[in-house]
Design a protein around this ligand. Structure first.
Ligand SMILES: *Cc1c(COP(=O)(O)O)cnc(C)c1O
Length: 423
């Protein structure tokens, strides 16, 4: 055959990589981060300050609760969790998550409402695959979390943007939602507490979202991966509270609240006391997806009951206090920088959105140019707004060690002063 002569030039291969995967992963946050990292100046001896991603697990003050670490090792050494789990997740874990999330609801979730996933990321994958059908479209927030777009592209689901309104604490423009929807709209996504805006929605607003969804006959996908990371005046209200107005699928994980994104334990939960999702085949479809995909590691599933039961309240208080402090410090520093405006002070999650006034800057073309030059000159990483859907804004992560935040924000200020338009 061809190989006998060592020659492959005339060989024809009939396979080819799926181009849709390249297209759908082009503008992910990871992609942009890699591009920024390539721009670091190796001659800068100062530490790089990562205000780009939302994974503070490496910082000592954000280390997870010791009780959670113990739960994992107990589960591992019990030797009870070395086998394959059931595809929807092991029953004790589904039960624990149902109880855990029911604390915030006026009805009780059953273990059958809960599906275990490899982080909230896989939950998003599940839902966008489950809802895919010819001509389907989904409504996404702008700014938002680009993984939704990536999965929608891959599943061939059209997406349409509704704006979040910066001057109204990033509330959903509900009129836009109504005018965007048509008979092929299947759902809308709401991220609360917000990434990238750091906002926390009020009860009344979430209720209006549910009523709008009901009017349009669509379901609400509630991304609550930052659940309970709220440190301002609005308490966290789960969208599931309004599950009897319109069906709600909640996606979440322990990644952000316990600061263990590497543990890959997430969930997808149907908040649907009226059984509408079941009636429309959504539940069967979720089970079907999970039957043909991989599961979170069994011993991590096995640890979840103990993680919920034993994590000390002090751990959550400590994390909330650090986030409140770093959010304040970040916001105050933003106010000292003339070309920055932060329309609403972050009250949840790990991020502040900042509007960039390019007219006050010399030799900066746009948000991406700002970020590329900032990396090169100051070794500070922030995300350009274009990566989350709004150009000429920046997303700054404040969830870092307070001393690093201080250092990073001072370097940003120095950078802006150096590039300020001379009068
Ligand atoms: C981090 C994040 C996710 C992914 O969470 P994992 O549990 O780490 O997979 C999903 N949605 C939003 C809005 C996030 O910020």
């Amino acid at each position: 055959m061809e190989m006998e002569n060592g020659g492959i030039s005339s060989q024809k291969w009939s396979f080819k990589g799926n181009e849709l995967l390249v297209k759908s992963s082009e503008i992910t946050i990871r992609g942009i981060l890699n591009k920024l990292m390539d721009n670091l100046d190796p001659k800068d001896s100062r530490p790089t300050i990562p205000l780009g991603n939302g994974d503070p697990s490496a910082f000592p003050c954000f280390r997870t609760a010791p009780e959670a670490e113990k739960a994992i090792s107990d589960a591992l050494y019990s030797a009870k969790f070395n086998g394959y789990p059931s595809t929807v997740g092991i029953l004790p874990a589904r039960k624990a998550i149902a109880e855990h999330l029911s604390h915030d609801l006026q009805y009780k979730l059953s273990p059958d409402d809960v599906y275990l996933t490899s982080g909230c990321t896989q939950s998003i994958e599940v839902i966008l695959t489950v809802l895919a059908r010819p001509n389907a479209n989904i409504l996404l927030p702008r700014p938002g979390y680009p993984y939704y777009e990536a999965r929608a592209i891959f599943s061939d689901v059209e997406f349409r943007y509704f704006d979040l309104l910066p001057e109204k604490n990033w509330e959903v423009d509900l009129d836009a939602v109504i005018s965007l929807a048509d008979e092929n709209t299947v759902g809308m996504v709401i991220i609360n507490p917000g990434n990238p805006c750091g906002n926390v929605y009020k009860y009344e607003h979430l209720k209006k979202v549910a009523e709008t969804a009901k009017k349009l006959g669509i379901l609400v996908i509630a991304d609550e991966v930052y659940y309970h990371l709220a440190f301002g005046s609005n308490p966290f209200v789960p969208m599931g509270v309004f599950g009897s107005i319109a069906p709600v699928i909640t996606v979440g994980s322990i990644s952000k609240r316990w600061i263990v994104p590497g543990w890959r334990l997430g969930w997808l939960v149907t908040n649907d006391p009226n059984g509408i999702l079941k009636k429309h085949g959504v539940v069967d479809s979720i089970v079907g997806f999970l039957n043909i995909s991989s599961d979170p590691a069994t011993f991590i599933q096995g640890a979840i009951t103990q993680i919920f039961e034993q994590t000390n309240e002090d751990f959550f208080l400590k994390i909330i206090n650090i986030l409140r402090e770093t959010a304040d410090a970040c916001y105050n520093k933003i106010k000292e920088i003339p070309c920055f405006t932060c329309p609403s002070k972050p009250e949840g999650a790990m991020y502040a959105m900042v509007r960039l006034d390019l007219s006050l800057l010399e030799d900066i073309e746009d948000d991406l140019d700002f970020c590329l030059k900032l990396v090169k000159e100051e070794s500070v990483i922030v995300i350009p707004g274009l990566a989350v859907g709004i150009k000429n804004w920046l997303r700054i992560t404040f969830a870092v060690e307070p001393s690093s935040l201080d250092d990073g924000m001072s370097r940003i200020k120095a950078f802006c002063q150096r590039h300020a338009k001379k009068p």
